[in-house]
Design a protein around this ligand. Structure first.
Ligand code: ADP
Ligand code: UDP
Length: 237
């Protein structure tokens, strides 16, 4: 597999085309942004942690029957993935109130939600990723009903698998964001990443935040939190 031209440079990753039509190489950067790019910074070794953690979690999901874009880790920062057409939705799954949900509904952060909440945001930087519902998704033809059913049921299943998994390493999975894509034959698979950039992880015993909120809110020890997640999931690998 040969890495070829840069296809896209995002806020956290670069995406390269390869000599294989249906494969891409993603390269994880240490760049960090928050509040739709307004806050910018660097988190040392974040790219390595996110690459390895995301690949590891996708491996666990694959074993439990969730199709993902993961193909092969090349090195610390780069991974071969199946090329997909990204469904322009950020699918947010929430178990405990935090962040924008707490603000919007006036719930203290940490309030247990009596039912898992699924939210959709329209993936559009210019508009600031506005929250939308099923009707908007169909009205804008972002996904059809069959696809959205697959996306929502996979999201709940991913939540069940990951919540149990993180519990075993003493982490409470508060909320997270997923992206899905269509392969060339139209199959919906999980894409993008699952990492401390895209999830909220709280230590089960101390409540300590071990995710990007440390960067967003200037809580200090940002690198340490990313390393701690790496260590709990992958040990000293
Ligand atoms: P952003 O675009 O939000 O700044 P990133 O820096 O993470 O985000 O860029 C990665 C881009 O690659 C995202 O737009 C994401 O939707 C896209 N992407 C992730 N996985 C795949 C894939 N398997 N095929 C095609 N595009 C992908
Ligand atoms: N999230 C993400 N990318 C986004 C927006 C949210 O990965 O563009 C993740 C975020 O890390 C958190 C969850 O989705 O785990 C819910 O985020 P929320 O809506 O509370 O947003 P925020 O508090 O970041 O505004």
């Amino acid at each position: 597999m040969k890495k070829q031209d840069l296809l896209y440079e995002g806020k956290a990753k670069k995406v390269f085309i390869t000599d294989e039509d249906n494969k891409l190489i993603v390269s994880y950067k240490d760049d960090a942004t928050a509040f739709n790019g307004v806050k910018k910074g660097t988190i040392q070794e974040k790219g390595v942690v996110n690459n390895k953690v995301s690949n590891y979690l996708m491996g666990i999901l694959e074993k439990q029957g969730i199709p993902t874009h993961f193909v092969q880790e090349i090195d610390d920062r780069e991974t071969v993935v199946k090329k997909v057409e990204i469904v322009p939705l950020e699918v947010i799954v929430r178990n405990i109130a935090a962040g924008s949900l707490s603000k919007r509904l006036g719930l203290n952060e940490g309030t247990k939600l009596n039912k898992t909440v699924l939210e959709y945001c329209y993936k559009n930087d210019e508009l600031g990723d506005p929250m939308i519902n099923e009707y908007h998704i169909y009205a804008l033809s972002l996904a059809d009903e069959k696809e959205l059913n697959i996306i929502s049921s996979m999201s709940f299943k991913i939540n069940d698998i990951l919540t149990k998994y993180f519990d075993e390493v003493d982490i409470e999975l508060i909320d997270f964001k997923l992206e899905f894509g269509r392969t060339s034959d139209g199959t919906i698979i999980l894409a993008d990443e699952i990492s401390p950039d895209t999830c909220r992880y709280w230590d089960k015993n101390t409540g300590e935040k071990l995710d990007k909120d440390r960067f967003r809110r200037d809580l200090g020890n940002v690198e340490g939190a990313y390393q701690e997640i790496y260590r709990r999931l992958l040990g000293d690998n």
